[in-house]
Design a protein around this ligand. Structure first.
Ligand code: CA
Length: 106
């Protein structure tokens, strides 16, 4: 009998990133299943990162899409998507580490 291999937390995270990307990239039948169109990007942001988007002015997501779209093809491929996730993870990590710093005594 084959031993069942349990994925590690890291492996599950990678699998989740791919699954989420594919879920939104596959929404519009007229658009590639391997990239996020602007509509798919907005759906992703407003669903998966609603706590971030709800307090932003509408131009922020437009500017984010333009900045993330490194090859300016109007689509976000998986690498461009990962830059977004990496940037958000970095910002969260920075705020967690800042919050856990002991308060300096004067
Ligand atoms: Ca692109």
């Amino acid at each position: 009998m084959a031993k069942k291999i349990t994925p590690t937390e890291t492996e599950r995270c990678i699998e989740s990133m791919i699954a989420v990307f594919q879920k939104y990239a596959g929404r519009e039948i007229t658009n590639s299943r391997n990239t996020l169109s602007k509509t798919e990007f907005l759906a992703f942001m407003n669903t998966e990162l609603a706590s971030f988007t709800q307090n932003q002015d509408p131009g922020v997501l437009d500017r984010m899409m333009k900045k993330l779209d490194l090859n300016s093809d109007g689509q976000l491929d998986f690498q461009e998507f990962l830059n977004l996730i990496g940037g958000l993870a970095q910002a969260c990590h920075a705020s967690f580490t800042a919050a856990s710093q002991p308060v300096k005594k004067m």
